[in-house]
Design a protein around this ligand. Structure first.
Ligand code: ADP
Ligand code: MG
Length: 329
C-alpha cells in the first residue's frame, strides 16, 4: 500500500474529530480553526511545530528560531483576517541550554511585543532534539473572516511581497553562506525572520473572497484555495513578484521555479472580485505592503501557467509535504 500523504493522513484520522460541538465554526482544513466564543466574535486558533533539522537547521540563530516559531502562526491567523492575542509555547530540548534559550526568548519576545501577543502558558520537556510548538489564538469578526474557500471565476489572484526568497535563502544557508549584508543577507533574513502580513490580512477581511498564507510554496498553497473553492486558475509567470536580491543571485528560470514551489515565504495569496480591486489597492497602500496581481480564477479545475504571450507552461513539482504520497525511496 502506498504511504499516506500529509493531507490524506489528516483527512483520514482527524478531520471528523471537529464535529462533536456545535460552536465549532471551522474545524480541520483551513489555516486556523474558528470557534464561536459567544461574543459575536470568533476565536481563531492554530498550532505549528518547528523541529530541528526539519524546519530549521541545528545551527540556525536561536533568535531566528524564536521569531519564526511565532511568525508562522501569526501568518496563519493573518490568512483568516484575525488579530492575534494569546500564545502557548511547548518546548522540547535535549538539555537546558541557557545561551540558546536567551536568544530564542529574545527573538520570540520582539515579535510578540510588536504584534500585541501575550505568552500565557506552555510546556517544557526533554527530548532527543529541539522542537518548538506554538499555539496561537486571535479574534476576528464573523463577517470579516477569510477562508480558503470562496474564490469565484473572474476573481483576480494576488500575492503580497515577493516569493521564492526563503527557499533561495535556504539554499544559500545550506551552501554555507553566512553574510549578513547584501543580497545574500537579504535572502537569509527572509528565511530566518519572515514577516507575517498581519495588517494586510486584517484589511482583507470583507474584501477578499479567499485567502491562504504561502508556507509550502505558491503553486501548492494556491492549489488549496482552488480545491476548497471548486475552481481553477491561470497564472502569468512573468507577473510573479521576484525580489531584486533573488534576481541578482539566481537565473530567471530558477528564480521563477523557487517563486512557484519554494516554501517558507509567509506571504498571503488571496483572490479579489474585480469590483473590490480599487479598495484592495487602497488597503494595501495603507498597510505599506506591496500586492501583485498574478492571474485570474477560472471555472475549469487545475492550475495553468502561461507566459507573457499566453503560451502554456508545465507546472514544476508542487510544494513541500512532510509525507509525500507514493513509493518511498
Ligand atoms: P498550515 O500549513 O496552514 O499550517 P496544514 O497544512 O499544516 O496547515 O494543515 C491543514 C489543516 O489540517 C489545518 O486546518 C490544520 O489545523 C489541520 N491539521 C493538521 N494536522 C492535524 C492533526 N494532527 N489533527 C487535527 N488537525 C490537523
Ligand atoms: Mg497556513
Amino acid at each position: 500500500m502506498a504511504p499516506l500523504s500529509e493531507f490524506e493522513l489528516i483527512r483520514q484520522f482527524f478531520s471528523t474529530l471537529s464535529a462533536g460541538r456545535s460552536d465549532v465554526v471551522e474545524g480541520v482544513g483551513d489555516d486556523a480553526a474558528l470557534v464561536d466564543a459567544g461574543s459575536g466574535e470568533l476565536l481563531a486558533a492554530c498550532v505549528d511545530t518547528l523541529t530541528e533539522d526539519v524546519h530549521f537547521p541545528a545551527d540556525a540563530p536561536a533568535e531566528a528560531v524564536g521569531h519564526k516559531a511565532l511568525a508562522v502562526n501569526l501568518s496563519d491567523l493573518a490568512a483568516m483576517a484575525a488579530r492575534p492575542t494569546w500564545a502557548l509555547l511547548a518546548l522540547t530540548l535535549p538539555q537546558p541550554d541557557s545561551a540558546w534559550l536567551a536568544g530564542f526568548s529574545a527573538g520570540f519576545r520582539a515579535l510578540a511585543e510588536s504584534s500585541g501577543v501575550a505568552l500565557i502558558g506552555g510546556d517544557t520537556t526533554r527530548g532527543p532534539r529541539r522542537s518548538v510548538s506554538v499555539t496561537l489564538l486571535g479574534r476576528v469578526a464573523a463577517d470579516k473572516v477569510l477562508r480558503r474557500r470562496g474564490a469565484r471565476p473572474g476573481d483576480r489572484i494576488f500575492v503580497s511581497g515577493t516569493v521564492g526568497d526563503a527557499a533561495a535563502g535556504l539554499r544559500l544557508w545550506q551552501a554555507g553562506e553566512r553574510h549578513r549584508a547584501g543580497a545574500v543577507g537579504e535572502l537569509l533574513a527572509r528565511l530566518h525572520y519572515p514577516t507575517p502580513r498581519l495588517a494586510l490580512g486584517a484589511a482583507l477581511g470583507g474584501l477578499a473572497s479567499a485567502a491562504i498564507d504561502v508556507s509550502d510554496g505558491l503553486a501548492a498553497d494556491l492549489g488549496h484555495i482552488l480545491a476548497a473553492s471548486g475552481v481553477g486558475a491561470r497564472i502569468e509567470i512573468e507577473r510573479l513578484p521576484l525580489s531584486a536580491a533573488l534576481r541578482q543571485l539566481f537565473p530567471l528560470a530558477e528564480a521563477r521555479q523557487l517563486a512557484l514551489t519554494g516554501g517558507d515565504d509567509y506571504e498571503l495569496c488571496f483572490t479579489v472580485p474585480p469590483s473590490q480591486e480599487v479598495r484592495l489597492r487602497q488597503a494595501a497602500a495603507r498597510c505599506g505592503t506591496a500586492v501583485t496581481a498574478i492571474g485570474v480564477v477560472e471555472e475549469a479545475a487545475g492550475l495553468r501557467l502561461v507566459d507573457g504571450a499566453g503560451q502554456a507552461l508545465v507546472l514544476p513539482q508542487g510544494g513541500y509535504q512532510h509525507f509525500p504520497a507514493g513509493p518511498q525511496p
